[in-house]
Design a binder for this molecule. Structure first.
Ligand code: T5A
Length: 206
C-alpha cells in the first residue's frame, strides 16, 4: 500500500543529509519511491521556489508568501503526489504543509485558521501518513547553516523567528503523536540515522 511520508525540521536539521539515508533504506526494502520536495517538485513549483527563496525579494508580503506556497503545493499535488499515490508508490516529500504552519503560521504570525482554509481547499483529504520531524535546537541548526556560503531568504531571518518555528513543529508533533516521529537531530549523524532506521523498520514492518 502506498505511503505519503514527509520530512520536516528547522534550518540546519539535516533534512537533505538524512533524506539520502531514508531513500536508500526504503529502496533496499523494495519500495517503489517518488522523492520530491516543497516548495517545488514541479516545473512551476520550482519557479515559485526560486521566487520564494531569493534573498533579493525583500518585500514579499506574508500573505503573498503563503499563497505562493499553496500555489506550488496545488500544482505538486495534482502533477506528482496524487498520481504517484494512485499508482501505489511511496512518496517521500521534503517538507509539506507542516512547514507552512511552522514558518508562515508561527514565524510570520498568520493564523492557523487561515492556513487551515487553504489546506482544506488545496488538499481536500490528502494528509501525510507519517511525518519525520528532525528536531534540533535553533542555535545548533543555525551554526550548521552559517557554514554555508549562500543563505536563502528564510535563513536570513532572526532568532525569534526560528524559535517560533521550532516550537510550532514540536507542538504539532505533540498534538498528532500517531503521525509524527520526532528524531533528535542534534546528535552525531550515526545516532540520528540509527533512530531513523528504527522508525523506518517499523513503517516497513521489517
Ligand atoms: N518553507 C517551506 C516555508 O516557509 N513554508 C513552506 O510551506 C515550505 C514547504 C526551503 C525553505 O522554505 C521554507 C522553509 C525553508 O526555509 P528547504 O530547502 O527544505 O526549504 O530548506 P532547508 O531548511 O535549508 O533544507 P536543507 O535540507 O537544505 O537543510 P538542512 O535541513 O539544514 O540539511 P543539510 O542536510 O543541508 O544539513 C545542514 C548541515 O548540517 C550538517 C550537514 O552536513 C550540513 O553541513 N549536518 C550535521 N552535522 C552534525 N551532526 C548532524 N547530525 C548533522 N546533520 C546534518
Amino acid at each position: 500500500m502506498s505511503q505519503f511520508i514527509t520530512i520536516e525540521g528547522g534550518e540546519g536539521a539535516g533534512k537533505t543529509t538524512n533524506i539520502h539515508f531514508i531513500v536508500d533504506y526504503l529502496q533496499q526494502a523494495g519500495k517503489d519511491l517518488v522523492i520530491t520536495r516543497e516548495p517545488g517538485g514541479t516545473e512551476i513549483g520550482e519557479r515559485l521556489r526560486a521566487l520564494l527563496l531569493d534573498p533579493d525579494n525583500k518585500i514579499i508580503d506574508s500573505r503573498t508568501e503563503l499563497l505562493l506556497m499553496f500555489a506550488a503545493r496545488a500544482q505538486h499535488i495534482a502533477e506528482v503526489i496524487k498520481p504517484a499515490l494512485a499508482q501505489g508508490k511511496w512518496v517521500i516529500c521534503d517538507r509539506f504543509t507542516d512547514a507552512t504552519y511552522a514558518y508562515q503560521g508561527a514565524g510570520r504570525k498568520i493564523s492557523r485558521a487561515d492556513i487551515a482554509i487553504l489546506e482544506q481547499w488545496v488538499q481536500a483529504d490528502l494528509r501525510p501518513d507519517i511525518t519525520i520531524l528532525l528536531d534540533v535546537p535553533v542555535d545548533i541548526g543555525l551554526q550548521r547553516v552559517n557554514l554555508r556560503a549562500d543563505q536563502d531568504r528564510f535563513e536570513q531571518e532572526k532568532l525569534q523567528f526560528f524559535d517560533s518555528v521550532r516550537e510550532a513543529y514540536l507542538s504539532m508533533a505533540k498534538a498528532e503523536p500517531k503521525r509524527f516521529r520526532v528524531i533528535d537531530a542534534s546528535k552525531p549523524l550515526a545516532e540520528v540515522q540509527a533512530s531513523l532506521q528504527a522508525v523506518l523498520a517499523k513503517v516497513c514492518g521489517t
